[in-house]
Write a protein that binds this ligand. Structure first.
Ligand code: PLP
Length: 458
């Protein structure tokens, strides 16, 4: 089909929206490794997990064989308010770059929370409600997940307790206020409210907190309060399952116009948007039906894939969560003050880690100033002001398009534009003022945390 026939935005009809989430694990030969109990180092049972997570989500977490999970009607109804999200042909960017490449992006920033995280938040809140729970607890770093969860909880009338990494709590008062507007309570972490928070504050007085630490606090609060469970916005298998909606819509839209992607690119923090975007494509690749180049993009300041180790590790600083086998920088790794808060996590989804280990996908790391250069370039031609996290994918999409310019190849590039950056204007300000720096950890710093990895023989 000729270029002219492909619209700027490919929308789907409501009737074309996915009716089920796709579970990529069902098609993986090498399944992701099981979560381990942090005390016994034995695989977590459903019963053990149900103390922390909702029952239905535990089922989804442990199921490596069922390929499709029907999306409940109430969730489909909520999805219809902001989905399907558009798949946009970046004609203006292509023209600006003078590249023969065809660039598409799947835009997930079209909702108040400003990112893809709402796709899983609404599912997790729904299952909590179905189970008759009072509320949920969680952590938030940059604030996107907490915002999405607040919206989802208010929709279902659930209480929502958010532990927000202290540095973000102070730097992003407007994010905090959005959460409170949707009825959530927001506590800066580490706090004096939990045992683990008090312990961390005693050991590191004046600390500005970390995601791993906020997770420990949220889990403790869920376990200690009747009628509460903990929910997590990334990394877990269940989250990738819910986020498969991104990839399924993308695939339907491409198929509608007979477009075959060559390269699929996404930023990777805990791996949920990328895992969701690539799901149906990776499924085809695993079944030998098609081939794609799939690229994860991570910050050079927090390079889990490109410089991490594939090993069992704690998911949180307080070491109360199960251990996951993943590419990790060590649970004690505290990344430098990178502005892409959503990518500052020491580990990576076990599903993506296994796929990367099996060489089914690639990973690259990019420096912060190069990311913002791409963000500004994109904003000026495509109009959307991207989240710093999303701009990691833009950087590599532009780089790949420029390679096509050199070779003359007309490759089709699809990338995930996960969100908007309106709450990240301090970062843009630093960049615009020429005051942004690129901190890249030394080998010694990284090794110091590897030395502290738990010793697990499985
Ligand atoms: C949280 C977030 C990410 C990274 O999380 P993943 O789980 O790796 O997808 C990327 N982009 C935005 C806008 C986010 O809010």
């Amino acid at each position: 089909m000729s270029n002219e026939k492909i619209p700027y935005k490919i929308y789907l009809e409501e009737s074309e929206m996915p009716k089920a989430w796709y579970n990529l694990r069902a098609d993986m030969k090498n399944k992701p490794a099981a979560l381990l109990n942090p005390q016994t180092l034995k695989p977590m049972t459903a019963q053990e997990l149900s103390g922390v997570f909702c029952d239905e989500l535990v089922k989804q977490e442990l199921d490596d064989t069922t390929p499709y999970f029907e999306i409940p009607d109430e969730i489909k109804k909520f999805y219809k308010m902001y989905r399907p999200s558009p798949l946009v042909r970046a004609y203006c960017l292509e023209e600006k770059l003078q590249t023969p490449a065809k660039i598409y992006y799947k835009f997930e920033g079209n909702n108040t929370s400003g990112s893809h995280k709402l796709n899983s938040a609404i599912a997790q809140a729904y299952y909590a409600k179905e189970q008759g729970l009072v509320g949920v607890t969680t952590e938030t770093g940059a604030g996107q997940w907490g915002t999405a969860l607040s919206m989802a909880c208010s929709y279902f009338g659930l209480d929502c307790k958010v532990y927000m990494v202290k540095v973000s709590y102070e730097q992003k008062p407007f994010r905090r206020e959005v959460m409170r507007t949707y009825g959530a309570s927001v506590t800066p972490s580490p706090s004096m409210e939990t045992e683990v928070g008090r312990k961390i504050l005693a050991e590191h007085p004046g600390t500005t907190g970390s995601l791993g630490c906020a997770i420990s606090e949220a889990v403790e609060t869920a376990v200690k309060n009747k009628g509460y469970r903990y929910v997590l916005g990334s990394v877990l298998n269940q989250v990738l399952l819910h986020q498969s909606i991104i990839g399924l819509e993308t695939k339907t839209a491409l198929d509608k116009y007979g477009i075959k992607a060559d390269i699929i690119i996404g930023c990777a923090g805990g791996g949920s948007n990328l895992g969701g975007l690539i799901s149906p494509f990776m499924g085809e690749k695993l079944r030998g039906e098609a081939d794609y180049r799939i690229i994860a993009v991570e910050p050079a300041s927090c390079p889990s894939f490109t410089r991490g180790k594939f090993a069992y590790d704690y998911c949180d600083t307080g070491m109360v969560c199960p251990l996951a086998k993943m590419y990790t920088l060590g649970s004690g790794f505290i990344p430098s003050a990178n502005h892409a808060g959503g990518l500052r996590y020491h580990g990576m989804s076990s599903v993506l880690s296994q796929l990367y280990h099996d060489k089914l996908m690639e990973a690259v790391s990019v420096a912060q100033t190069d990311v913002f250069e791409a963000a500004v370039q994109f904003a000026r031609v495509e109009g959307i002001l991207p989240a710093p996290e999303s701009a990691h994918a833009i950087r590599v999409a532009i780089d790949e398009a420029m390679k096509c310019k050199e070779t003359g190849e007309e490759k089709t590039i699809v990338f995930g534009l996960t969100g908007t950056g309106y709450f990240d204007m301090v970062a843009y300000q630093k960049y615009n003022d020429g005051q942004m720096t690129d901190y890249i950890p030394t080998d010694e710093e990284i090794q110091a945390n590897f030395d502290k990895l738990p010793r697990v023989d499985v």
